[in-house]
Design a protein. Structure first.
Length: 318
């Protein structure tokens, strides 16, 4: 009998998805950053997502409590941002050991509330249960105009690849204290710049693969154009800064595509709107499933490059 370790996170999700009943009002289901639903009673699409944050997997036992709360809320807001949606409400379920000091829980909620307040999001409920390990399970709801969600599957051959911010080395601090790119995601959707989009939670190498698989396409990356963070350059652990940028994960930046004819106008508009950097890092190709790092000596296939995947033993979130 195969175990979860044998098949890995992505294959487990694929197999479980086949067991679910399709929802009548479903617009976007399993396989994207969030589900999108509409109903005749709403004048907008609802965006639904959830994420766990678990001690030992997503943070260490000595992680600052406010950072734990920020991360729990930020992961969900980042998923909503990747659809181009406006976040509305959150539910937070807490699992905590009985001996955990109550003040620690209060500080976790302070971190969660501060980030939610920054984006005008209401934490409207949740539950608390006893368990051996601290974990937060956050459910989020957002909205956007009907039929406007930016999904992973919209990229076409020739589209230009962009990424916000910097990549790699998130374990040094960013994986706890990051700001989800909510305003940027909404702007990209409202102005119809992005043809496809995903947030970088599992690493560029893995999340780009998700995007091209859903788009039935391939990609070429320009390694010299990748915005490698200072933290990645200072890791000094035997991995190159480029490998950190490709595989570390938990950057929580936006990876998206723009039609080639719009690229120059988009870049000018972005610079006028945001201080946050946005780098052109490659393009979409017609070679389905192929991801190549284009170097001076020729192409280097990224088939062996992976970010974090639960059950596989690749990567570490804590």
């Amino acid at each position: 009998m195969k175990t979860l370790r044998d098949i890995g996170e992505c294959e487990a999700i694929r197999r479980l998805a086949g067991k679910l009943f399709p929802a009548v009002a479903e617009v976007v289901g399993i396989g994207d950053d969030a589900a999108v639903m509409h109903d005749e009673g709403f004048n907008a699409d609802l965006v639904l997502t959830s994420d766990p944050v678990i001690e030992g997997t997503h943070f260490t036992i000595d992680a600052p409590p406010k950072g734990i709360g920020n991360k729990a809320v930020g992961r969900v807001l980042s998923d909503i941002a990747a659809m181009g949606a406006e976040p509305l409400w959150l539910l937070i379920n807490i699992v905590a050991p009985p001996e955990m000091p109550f003040d620690k829980l209060q500080q976790i909620y302070a971190g969660a509330s501060a980030l939610a307040l920054k984006f005008g999001v209401a934490i409207i409920g949740g539950d608390v249960a006893s368990g051996a390990t601290l974990a937060l399970h956050v459910f989020g709801v957002g909205k956007l105009p009907r039929g406007t969600a930016v999904c992973r599957g919209g990229a076409s051959e020739g589209d230009i690849l962009y990424v916000t911010g910097e990549l790699g080395g998130s374990i040094r601090k960013k994986h706890l204290f990051f700001e989800p790119r909510v305003a940027e995601g909404i702007w990209l959707r409202e102005n119809r710049w992005a043809t496809a989009m995903i947030d970088l939670s599992d690493g560029l190498a893995t999340d780009l693969r998700h995007l091209v698989e859903m788009s039935r396409a391939g990609a070429e990356l320009e390694p010299d154009a990748l915005p490698v963070s200072r933290a990645a350059r200072e890791m000094n652990d035997g991995m190159s800064p480029l490998d950190h940028a490709l595989t570390d994960g938990e950057d929580f930046e936006l990876l998206f595509t723009v039609a080639p004819g719009n690229a120059d106008s988009f870049e000018q508009a972005w610079r006028a709107e945001f201080e946050l950097s946005c780098a052109r890092i490659g393009r979409i190709t017609g070679r389905t499933g192929s991801i190549v790092c284009r170097t001076e000596r020729g192409g280097m296939l990224l088939t062996g490059k992976r970010g974090y995947e639960h059950y596989s033993g690749r990567g570490s979130r804590a």
